[in-house]
Design a protein around this ligand. Structure first.
Ligand SMILES: NC(=O)c1ccc[n+]([C@@H]2O[C@H](COP(=O)([O-])OP(=O)(O)OC[C@H]3O[C@@H](n4cnc5c(N)ncnc54)[C@H](OP(=O)(O)O)[C@@H]3O)[C@@H](O)[C@H]2O)c1
Length: 341
C-alpha cells in the first residue's frame, strides 16, 4: 500500500479511452476487436479526398477515445493523412508503436510477386511506419496498370505476401473479398496461413458459412460496411433495416444503447471485428462504446433474420475476371451500386 502522501504521477497527456478487447489470430498475434474504417468513398475523380485535415483529426479523436486499430488501403488514398495523426501521437509520447494495430491493403494493380514489397514499402512511407500489423490482399483479381484484366494468379500474389511477412514489413498477412474456395486454395498451397479475412458483414449479409470456415482455421474475420442499410450508401437509402427498425429498437432499449451500437455488438458477439467508418467525433465515441454489454443468442438470431445476401460492394464490372469472388449477376450494367473500390 502506498502512503497517502505519495502521489502516483501519470503523464498528463496519457491517452486512455475505452479499453477494446483483442482476438487471437492463428499466428499467436492479437488483433483489437474493433477497427476504424477510413474509406471516404469514390467520386467522379477517384477516391474522395479528406479536406481541412478532416481524417487526420478523426483519427486523432479516435485514438483519444480508445481506438487502436485503423483500417486503410492503398486505393483509399488516406494512408498519408493517417500517418500524420499517428506521427503526432507517437512523437509526443502519448502512444507507443506497439499500442497500435495498423491494417492496410495491396491494390489489384500490384499483384505480381515482386510488386508486393514495392507496394507495401510505398504504403509504409505514407504511413510513416516501419511495418504494418496486418497486410491484406484487397481482392483476388489482379489488374494491369490500365485496369485490364491481369492473369496473375493470386497464389503468386500470396507468395509476395509471404515475402513481406518474412522481411518483417507485415507482422500478419491476410486477404479481403476472397471466397471459401479461394481461401481453401491459399490454405492448401501457401506456406503461411492467412491470419485475417476482411469481408462485407452486416444484418443483410451475415456470411454464416464463410465466417464459420474462417473461424475453424483460426482466421479472424473483419466485417466491413457493418451498418448495412442503417446508413446512406452512395448518397442513397437502400431497402433493409433502418435505425428506427422496431426489432433493433427493442434490443437497443433493453441495453440502453443505440441501434447502430446493437449492430456493431452483433458482429463482436459473433467474434467478427467490425470496421465502422466515421469522421464525426460523437459517432466515433458511440461506435466504440459497445464493450459494456452483450447480446443474447436470441438477440443475435433475431438480427440474423434480416439476411438477404445483399452486398453494397459488388464490383460486377469485374465479374468476367477468372478470380471474381462473388456470384455473377445477370445484367452487370444494371448494378445499382455505383463503381467503387
Ligand atoms: N475490404 C474492402 O473491400 C472494403 C470495402 C468497403 C469498406 N471497407 C472498410 O470498411 C470501412 C467501413 O465501411 P463503409 O465505410 O462502407 O460503411 P459503414 O462503416 O457501415 O458506414 C459508414 C457510414 O455510416 C455513418 N456512421 C458511422 N457511425 C454511425 C452511427 N453511429 N450512426 C449513424 N451513422 C453512422 C458514417 O458517417 P460519418 O462519417 O459522418 O459518421 C458513414 O456515412 C471502410 O471505411 C473501409 O475501411 C473495406
Amino acid at each position: 500500500m502506498l502512503p497517502a502522501c505519495v502521489l502516483v504521477l501519470l503523464p498528463l497527456s496519457m491517452v486512455v479511452g475505452v479499453e477494446v478487447p483483442k482476438l487471437k489470430m492463428n499466428n499467436g498475434k492479437e488483433m483489437p476487436a474493433l477497427a476504424l474504417g477510413t474509406y471516404l468513398g469514390f467520386g467522379q475523380d477517384g477516391p474522395v479526398k479528406s479536406e481541412n485535415n478532416m481524417l487526420r483529426d478523426a483519427v486523432i479523436h479516435a485514438l483519444n477515445v480508445g481506438y487502436r486499430h485503423i483500417d486503410t488501403a492503398a486505393i483509399y488514398e488516406t494512408e498519408a493523412e493517417i500517418g500524420e495523426a499517428l506521427k503526432m501521437k507517437l512523437d509526443n509520447g502519448e502512444l507507443k508503436r506497439e499500442d497500435l494495430f495498423i491494417t492496410t491493403k495491396l491494390w489489384n494493380t500490384h499483384h505480381k510477386r515482386e510488386q508486393v514489397s514495392e507496394a507495401l514499402k510505398e504504403s509504409l512511407k505514407k504511413l510513416g511506419l516501419d511495418y504494418v500489423d496486418l497486410y491484406l490482399v484487397h481482392w483476388p483479381m489482379g489488374l494491369n496498370e490500365d485496369y485490364t484484366e491481369s492473369d496473375t494468379d493470386y497464389m503468386d500474389t500470396w507468395r509476395g505476401m509471404e515475402d513481406v511477412h518474412r522481411l518483417g514489413l507485415a507482422k500478419s498477412i491476410g486477404v479481403s473479398n476472397f471466397n471459401k474456395e479461394q481461401l481453401t486454395r491459399l490454405l492448401r498451397e501457401g506456406s503461411i496461413k492467412p491470419s485475417a479475412l476482411q469481408i462485407e458483414v452486416h444484418p443483410q449479409i451475415i456470411q454464416k458459412e464463410l465466417v464459420g470456415f474462417a473461424e475453424s482455421e483460426g482466421i479472424v474475420v473483419m466485417g466491413y460496411s457493418p451498418f448495412g442499410s442503417l446508413v446512406m450508401r452512395f448518397g442513397m437509402l437502400f431497402p433493409g433495416p433502418k435505425p428506427t427498425d422496431p426489432v433493433l429498437v427493442d434490443i437497443a432499449k433493453k441495453y440502453g444503447k443505440t441501434t447502430p451500437q446493437v449492430v456493431l455488438r452483433w458482429l463482436v458477439d459473433r467474434n467478427i471485428v467490425p470496421v465502422p467508418k466515421s469522421v464525426n467525433p460523437k459517432r466515433l465515441e458511440e461506435n466504440i462504446n459497445i464493450f459494456d454489454f452483450k447480446l443474447t443468442e436470441e438477440d443475435i438470431e433475431k438480427i440474423n433474420e434480416y439476411n438477404s445476401n445483399t452486398r453494397y460492394t459488388l464490383p460486377s464490372f469485374w465479374q468476367d475476371h477468372p478470380y471474381y469472388p462473388f456470384e455473377k449477376i445477370e445484367n452487370p450494367a444494371a448494378n445499382p451500386f455505383v463503381k467503387q473500390e
